[in-house]
Write a protein that binds this ligand. Structure first.
Ligand code: OSB
Ligand code: MG
Length: 371
């Protein structure tokens, strides 16, 4: 049975974060998120666009995603008969960039296909390697080191298996040293979000003494090549995030020795087909992967949980409890983490949680139906 999309509804919701999130590229206080609802013969599937509110992590933002979905993606997929969700990319693969906008729609069709088949999303994508996923947290740059130490303590007490701290020039070596002194044995990593250049090799080498699990995307957002000499100079494994958007780029990075670990973000690689392809290339190169996050609301969070059941997602990811970000999430129940620092993978059809339509209506700022 094919999938013929007869309707797409775009909704933009506005959600304040319970605490600001600061990276090397700026502070975020709230999210403007696009939800993508796709329908085929009365069955619906849902996706979430993971683009930020500004084009600072990558080139996309909420507004650009809306326009790409409305003017380029929707007209190419509406009314087309797909044999499976894996074929959606074939209709929209020629659009340049805008992976997160395209990925929001692509992921929604996978959810739709799972619901048409009455199976959980993890099964539809070929996952199921684990029934609970290991969780870490990503902690932003804080106003003080004491505040950071307090947050780390809170997350460790909640059970999280590894701590990622954001860093940037001026908030790096000395802060990591203090974290290590206070927590000598925890699994700790840093994420620079592209804040350094190859001129900083000697500086970054000083982080080797803190036996970090990895250093995420130290160099340019679109830079693979310079990571190779940096990796050669470091004992700490490099994990690439921003610069890996396709399986081809993952293959190039691995071949060059530019990283030893890859962070896969569902949106950044254009949805499940891309995520599976990057996952497979990494597995073939003996490079472990983990699931990154973009401060998702419940739908994106649930999709990340399904993705994390693929075999090579062996490291704790950034997928964590809803309450770390939201006073109230858009799904029921909200995503919860066990005292062991895991999330139990849901077994209901599709992404496996209920949508809280009352709340979605309450926080919705824009809606458009495309047929
Ligand atoms: O680089 O991983 C990143 C959030 C926004 C933009 C970029 C990143 C992040 C995170 C948050 O680290 C991870 C999460 O959603 O918990
Ligand atoms: Mg990152």
């Amino acid at each position: 049975m094919g999938i013929k999309l007869d309707r797409i509804v775009l909704r933009q919701i506005r959600m304040p974060l319970v605490h600001f999130f600061e990276t090397s590229f700026g502070r975020t206080f709230g999210r403007d998120i696009i939800l993508v609802e796709v329908s085929a013969g009365g069955v619906t599937g849902w996706g979430e666009v993971t683009a930020g509110e500004n084009p600072f992590y990558n080139e996309e933002w909420t507004e650009s995603s809306w326009l790409i979905l409305r003017d380029y993606v929707a007209p190419r997929v509406l009314g087309h008969e797909f044999a499976s969700a894996a074929d959606v990319w074939g209709r929209i693969g020629h659009i340049r960039g805008h992976y997160m906008a395209r990925g929001g729609l692509e992921a929604a069709v996978w959810d739709l296909e799972a619901r048409m088949n009455g199976v959980p999303l993890w099964k539809q994508i070929g996952g199921g390697a684990r029934t609970a996923i290991p969780c870490g947290v990503s902690i932003g740059i804080q106003d003080s080191v004491d505040q950071l130490l307090g947050k780390i303590e809170t997350e460790l007490n909640a059970g999280y298996q590894r701590i990622k701290m954001k860093m940037k020039p001026g908030w790096d070596i000395d802060v990591v040293r203090q974290v290590r002194q206070r927590f000598p044995r925890i699994r700790l990593m840093v994420d620079a979000n592209s804040a350094y250049t190859l001129a900083d090799v000697e500086h970054l080498k000083r982080l080797d003494e803190f036996y970090l699990m990895m250093m995420e995307q130290p160099l340019g957002h679109d830079e693979i090549i310079d990571h190779a000499p940096l990796q050669a100079a470091l004992a700490t494994p490099i994990c690439l995030d921003e610069c890996i958007r396709s399986a081809h780029q993952a293959e190039q990075a691995i071949r060059l020795g530019a990283c030893r670990i890859i962070n896969i973000k569902l949106g950044r690689v254009g949805g499940f087909r891309g995520a599976k392809a990057v996952h497979d290339v990494a597995a073939a190169g003996n490079v472990p992967v983990w699931c990154g996050g973009m401060l998702e609301a419940g739908i994106g969070r649930a999709h990340n949980i399904a993705l994390s059941t693929l075999g090579n997602f062996v490291l704790p990811g950034d997928v964590s409890a809803s309450k770390r970000y939201w006073k109230r999430d858009i799904i029921l129940p909200e995503v919860e983490v066990t005292p062991q620092g895991t999330i139990e993978v849901p077994n209901g059809p599709g992404f496996g949680y209920e949508l809280d339509f009352d709340y979605i209506r309450e926080i919705q700022v824009r809606e458009e139906t495309l047929v």
